[in-house]
Design a protein around this ligand. Structure first.
Ligand SMILES: Cc1ncc(COP(=O)(O)O)c(C=O)c1O
Length: 475
């Protein structure tokens, strides 16, 4: 309990003590049965006479707020939360959100649960917890100067940036050094910082359509005017009617949500276009580490010799999403602007988690974990494809050559008809309608397989098949 009384407040000290304790009880900060400090102790703390506190407690008792038991103390007597479940103040704000806040509320999709055929979820059960915990314990033991507890570099911890630069060069064909890497809390934060730092309100940003809702939200919040650009089997398929872009957001390794890979020819054409328009390309490589059926193509960043590509990667899919660590690789000349924006936002990510992640990579655990997960997810992907064979006539599976999910395409009219029944039956999945910005071009669902073992995949797909067959039989 914290009270503040002032001699010259124009209200007696006893009244001030009474009012503040009453206020705290009414706001629910002091709960029923909670013991108040002894009158002697509170008087000493406030610098007032004990008799003042005694008189205040007596009044509160007379009003029914507290009860006093000789030898035991003074206790809160009313259960304000039971009587007034909505607090008298604190529940309703003085005004509503800004236009920007309202627009974000409208356009941001609600989070789904972690279960079912939910897309983009890795298997946390298969994570090497013991290794991670061991590394963390060792780092904490060694941090005798408490360096990890101080404010750190907004660009991120150098050993982690070095480890990421080495990994990206070797595995993803990204050309960079640690000075070009910035550590962030998530890809989402990377998209936000890039949009805020590089776009002005009214600038045109191209987005894949269908595409990633998180990117749309970040670009829109920065005031960009979004231009939906359709896709073909080679990836983003723009034409001369698209207005000149300032920024282009793409997922070339595994398009979200349809899963195609941008061809080399299209990558080169996109780089040429970006150069001509002096536009930025954001390359979101959110799950490109998981390639099952083909060799990865070099990242757009590695093909770029003009400094227009901003490469975004995340540890959410390759380690675990609760870690909240991701990174952006950008031309070094942008780092002062990006680090200033990060300072204005939240300073930096947890140094302890950055240090653990750096050691996890440098000691070879990351590479081993990725190799193990690639095999595991591939077998789960195969299990999903087999299990959904009975729906082959209705559900065309695409984009399963890589990543943590694939897409199931439905004939026109089926998505709206089937989705409510599927959800009603307990299957969690994302529909493709929510991935569209313009008029819906493709119907279907995203089908996650990585977070489920074979039994769970069979259970989930069995339920989906039964629901779809039952609904189609009704027609
Ligand atoms: C295309 C795409 N980019 C980024 C992310 C999110 O990554 P993060 O958790 O780092 O924000 C996701 C998550 O599912 C995604 O689908």
């Amino acid at each position: 309990m914290s009270l503040l009384v002032q001699d010259a407040a124009g209200v007696s000290l006893q009244e001030q003590v009474c009012r503040q304790i009453r206020g705290q009880i009414l706001q629910g900060n002091l709960g029923v049965g909670q013991r108040l400090p002894a009158s002697r102790a509170l008087a000493a703390e406030l610098g007032v006479a004990r008799v003042t506190v005694e008189a205040a407690y007596a009044r509160l008792e007379a009003e029914g707020y507290v009860s006093r038991k000789v030898g035991a103390g003074t206790f809160v007597a009313i259960d304000v939360l039971a009587r007034f479940p909505v607090r008298a103040s604190g529940g309703t704000a003085i005004a509503g959100p800004s236009q920007r806040g309202l627009s974000m509320q409208r356009t941001t999709l609600k989070a789904e649960g972690n279960a079912g055929l939910r897309a983009c979820i890795p298997d946390m059960r298969a994570f090497p917890h013991e290794i991670w915990n061991g590394l963390q314990a060792r780092i904490l033991r060694q941090d005798s100067h408490n360096a990890l507890m101080e404010y750190g570099d907004p660009q991120g911890c150098l050993p982690l940036r070095q480890a990421i630069a080495a990994y990206l060069a070797q595995s993803r064909g990204v050309r960079c050094h640690a000075g070009q890497v910035m550590i962030l809390a998530s890809s989402q934060q990377a998209l936000q910082l890039l949009a805020l730092t590089l776009l002005d309100a009214g600038d045109t940003a191209w987005v894949e359509d269908p595409g990633y809702h998180g990117a749309r939200a970040a670009l829109q919040a920065a005031g960009a005017v979004l231009q939906p650009v359709p896709l073909d089997e080679e990836g983003l398929a723009w034409d001369a009617t698209c207005p000149s872009p300032r920024m282009i957001y793409v997922t070339p390794s595994h398009q979200y949500p349809l899963g195609m890979r941008m061809s080399l020819a299209r990558r080169m054409a996109l780089l040429t276009l970006a150069r001509q328009h002096k536009a930025w390309i954001i390359e979101d490589d959110y799950d490109g580490e998981y390639q099952y059926d083909h060799k990865p193509l070099p990242a757009l960043q590695g093909l770029d010799d003009t400094g227009c590509v901003l490469y975004v990667g995340t540890f959410s899919k390759v380690l675990f999403p609760g870690l909240r660590l991701a990174y952006v690789v950008a031309p070094e000349s942008l780092m002062p602007a990006l680090t200033s924006a990060r300072r204005a936002c939240d300073g930096h990510s947890s140094y302890l988690q950055q240090a653990v992640t750096a050691d996890f990579i440098r000691q070879g655990h990351f590479g081993a974990h990725l190799r193990r997960m690639r095999l595991l997810y591939r077998s789960r992907r195969d299990c999903l494809l087999d299990a959904l064979a009975p729906l082959a006539d209705e559900l065309q599976l695409v984009g399963f050559e890589s990543g943590l999910q694939c897409a199931g395409l439905l004939p026109p009219g089926h998505e709206a008809r089937l989705t409510p029944a599927v959800r009603q039956a307990g299957t969690q999945l994302r529909d493709l309608r929510s991935a569209h910005l313009g008029p819906q071009r493709v119907e279907g669902w995203m089908l996650g397989f990585a977070g489920l073992n074979h039994e769970e995949i069979k259970f989930e797909t069995g339920r989906l098949i039964r629901t779809v067959q039952r609904e189609l039989a009704k027609a």
